[in-house]
Design a protein around this ligand. Sequence first.
Ligand code: SAM
Length: 313
Amino acid sequence: MNEILLGDSVEIIKGIESESVHAIVSDIPYGISYDEWDVLHSNTNSALLGASEAQKKAGNIFKHRGKPLNGWSEADRKISKEYQIWCETWAHEWFRVLKPGASVFIFAGRRMAHRCICAMEDAGFTFKDMISWQKEHAPHRAQRISVIYNRRKDFINAEKWEGWRVGNLRPIFEPILWFMKPYTIGGTLADNVRDYEVGAFYNELWKKYTLDCSNVLMVPTEKTDHGKHPAQKPVAVLEALIGLVTIEGQIILDPFCGSGSTLVAAKKQGRKFIGIESNPEFVNIANERLSDVANSESENFNGININNITLFA
Ligand SMILES: C[S@@+](CC[C@H](N)C(=O)[O-])C[C@H]1O[C@@H](n2cnc3c(N)ncnc32)[C@H](O)[C@@H]1O
């Protein structure tokens, strides 16, 4: 307990006791070839994890090219199916280790989330909601198409397509998938909450993070939410999720914990935690971050740190 296990989460989780975990909160690989650990398919077409000259110049924002998706390529079409198969390798184990009525929050990419949802449903979970986490900033990866035509000296099309772009809209929200393990057969949800201490959500906390207790989460990020991991998530966002469905002393599991943001949030809120991570460098970073969370910072059930949270009005 309160440790990070180094290795393959799909294997390590098999050693965790059944019905022992109160919530899983995890930022799983999105399967979009963002980094080596995010390549979960066998497609080796060109551009995988490559970077164009323009991307190299732009630095971290455009670090990797991301595989262009072409509907005509069978290999490309298989990527999302392979992602679902990968999710199926761990979804049943997640189900097994959770208490009845327990929640799972998954940060999943917009493009592949549907495959993760199918794998989780097939493992027995109920898909409860999709929370929209609104970010403050997001890079706009879209190219003005008139610039390309101008470069080709195709001035007719440059003029015709002025103001049009190819690429993506600014991805200002990320989905957080909320699943629940069904509560015990023969009882009610209220019985389940009484017996297993999970299954309800803490409305009083949630309304501090959202407008009108909605499923749109708006939490400002801190400077410390950057620089530890290429896919680092803000601790305050994780605190909101953990505080929504668990109470002090309960166990939070993050099977893909990276630099440990979920674990830091859990520790700050007086929860117990288990992290799993395959990269030893991230395990070291996570352990350093955890040791920086002074025990005095660990808060109790009613003392969740909401004072320095400011909503975007
Ligand atoms: C999206 S990142 C998590 C980042 C984290 N939210 C943070 O704030 O630092 C996913 C992590 O899962 C790890 N990972 C990928 N496959 C894994 C596996 N099979 N077992 C354990 N860890 C794995 C990667 O090394 C990566 O650090």
